[in-house]
Every structure is written in structure tokens, then in C-alpha cells.
Design a protein around this ligand. Sequence first.
Ligand code: UTP
Length: 417
Amino acid sequence: MDEENFEDVERKIKRYNQGHLLDYYNNIQDENVKMKFENQLENIDFELIDSLYKKTTLPIKDENVDIEPIDYWDKERLGGKYDFYEGIGVEAIKAGKLAAVTMAGGQGTRLGHKGPKGTFDIGLDSHKSLFELLCDSLKESGRKYGVEIPWFIMTSEENNEQTKEFFRKNKFFGYEKNVHFFVQGQLPMVDTEGKILIGENGLIKEAADGHGGVYESLVKSKMVDKMKELGVEWVFIGGVDNCLVKMVDPVLMGLAIYKNVTGAGKSVVKANPHEKVGAFCKKNGRPNVIEYSEITDEMAEAKDAAGELLYGESHILCNLFRIDAIERMGSNPLPYHSAFKKATYIDKEGNKIVPDSPNAYKFEAFLFDAFGDLDDMVILRVKREEEFAPVKNAEGVDSPETARTLYNNLHKHIEIK
Ligand code: UTP
């Protein structure tokens, strides 16, 4: 950075009370680390971090939001229309119009696995990792429709190298020419006083900016351009931790194409009205997701004339977008939510501090906050036991054990069929 730029950055740092970063920077001996630190200083939006920190102490209350149920289709009850939608989807898939994105930039703190979550072995007889299970399903769909579906994998700065190394070691599961990696954005973490933390590696402590960062990263990394070169028109975006994720679904795609919408999402019906999951809804007339923490008991329990929950369609991070919608969503900034987390850091005296309770704020964008940019969205209810087996916790609900059972049950079922 030239002198003038540096002075500019210095002014900003002081204006936003982050002077400790300059003190730290001035004492860095290792030239390589110093250069990286300088680069971080240049790229951090100090004003944004300051405003996000200030919001952490404010109650999150969205006034003037009109929440309504959203229409959905049940895949089981499409009747004669099933084949019709499927036909439209199959034609588009065969024409190479679909790409899959897997979001694998998360930290997987609840699971506690050392290494990227996608490298986790859920304990199947085959000992395949989540990445391999996902790749298997893409390859199988590709064979079925006579195409090779390009696979875009979002990593984070924290796990990018390890993820790529894992793919190299496993020879990309035989899918190398279709795999494209891109790295999501990150934001600094701050302590309870709003001071940006220094991490163990001597650099500013930054954390992935949430799954909502996927749109912007797809645009910035030029993956959207690559998709267009490949003739892609529709993009499925899902998480890495659902071992039953069905990335290639002609019914979902056909429905979206026929209904002329730019986004579609799959839901599973809530296990009970108070299940701790977000549910699809409309906010101020636009598609959205209402979180379990936002919903009143009365709304959670409300039913329609047929006895179905009005807010019963859980959002399971399985969504499909037209590529122009991704470009639009990737250009509009999303709000950031704060999460209070445990973060190891280096204090002023240079000591490494390993906290045993949360001590720092992390800022994350949520994927569904962008749904409001879409005029409308098609929601397709699918069967939980066929498409949703998340691996979130080390034990208990949504654990390797529950995912393994669901996976084995489904595959046993498929064999018998
Ligand atoms: P989760 O919200 O479950 O987070 O992510 P996580 O990182 O896997 O687990 P915890 O909360 O730390 O225990 C849902 C999906 O979104 C991806 C995850 O990799 C997972 O596939 N994700 C999440 C990202 O790609 N980037 C992020 O910044 C956050």
C-alpha cells in the first residue's frame, strides 16, 4: 500500500477506535505476516464493523412487517401434473442448464469435527465422506440424464486449502473436470467492547460471512460468468451437511420454469409446530423465512381448513435460482446478524487467550434474507425421509447417527424397489 493510502487507512482506524491494530501492526517482525496484516487493514470496512457492533446491543425487532403464509405444492400430491413438471425439468437438465452449488464454508462448531465438515465420515459401511456422498448423487443424476452437472463448491479462507487437499487426495472422486472451488467472504470478529480481535496466527481474526455470502461470492469470484459460459441457466444451492440432499430435481425445476419464477425452495413439513426451524412465509408480500425465534405460539400453531400448519414448511437450505436472480441478489448487500461465539485470540500483551465461554461477535448474512429480492418463489414440499438428513450435532438430533440411519433406510428402500 502506498503512503497516501496507508494514511487514509490509519485515519479510518483511529476514527473507529481500532488503534490497537496499528500498535500491533507496528510491532510485527515477520515481513510476510506484516504484508498480510496490511492487506487486511486495507480491505476491512471499519465503518460497517462499527455499525454492526453497535447493533449487537439493540433489540432485533422488525416493526411494520406483515407476515403471511406462502403457497406451496406437495410433491406427493401433484397427481397427473407430476409427469408434466418432471418432463419440463428433464428437458432443461438434459440441455445442460443446471449447475449445483454446495456451501461448505461453515465452521461446523456443533459437530466438532477437526477439518472441513464435507470431509466428515458419518459412519456408513462405505466410510464415504459427505463430499463423496454428494458427488455420488450428482454423478448418478448425470448418468440418468446423459449430462455432467458442474459442481461449484464454496469454501472459506479457513478451510479452503484443507478442502482442496482432500479432493486432490481423493482424486476428486473421478469428477475433477466438473468441480470448481470458490472462497466466500469474511468479516472481522470483535470483542464485547467492539475491538477487532487478533487471531492466533498473528493476523486480524476474521470469520466466514455466513451462508448468505454465497450470492456475492458467486458473482465476485466470476463463477456466475463461468456458469453462463457453460450454458447454465438454473443453479441449485444447498448445504454440505445434508447427506440426502437432492441437488438434481426435475420436478422442482420444471415447476419453477412452468410457473415462470426466478426462485424455488424445497421444504419438509415441521415435525411439530414448535420445531426449532425456520419456515417459509411471505414478509410484506415477498417470499421469506420466519425464524423460530420470531414466530409467536399462536402463529406456530395456526392451521388451515385442511388441518395443515400455516407456517409448517421448514426451510432446509435446498433452493434453486435462475442465474439472473443470483446476479441480482449478489449485487444487493444483505443485512448481517450477529452471533456471540467463543474465539481464541491474542491479547494486548501478546498472550494467547482461550475462552471457556462466548467472548466475541461474529457477523453473518443469511441466505434467505435475499429471497425478498424475488417477486415470487415456488415452494415444493418433499418427504423428510427422502431428502433431509442433516449432520449438525455430535450426538442426539441431527447427528451422524440420525443421518446414517436415514441414509441407510432410504438406500435399502431404493434397492428393494
Ligand atoms: P450451519 O448454519 O449449520 O453452520 O450451516 P455450520 O458451520 O455448518 O455449523 P455450526 O453452526 O458452526 O455448528 C449450514 C450450511 O451452510 C454452510 C455450512 O457449511 C453448511 O453447509 N455455511 C455456513 C457456509 O458455507 N458458510 C458460512 O459462513 C456458514
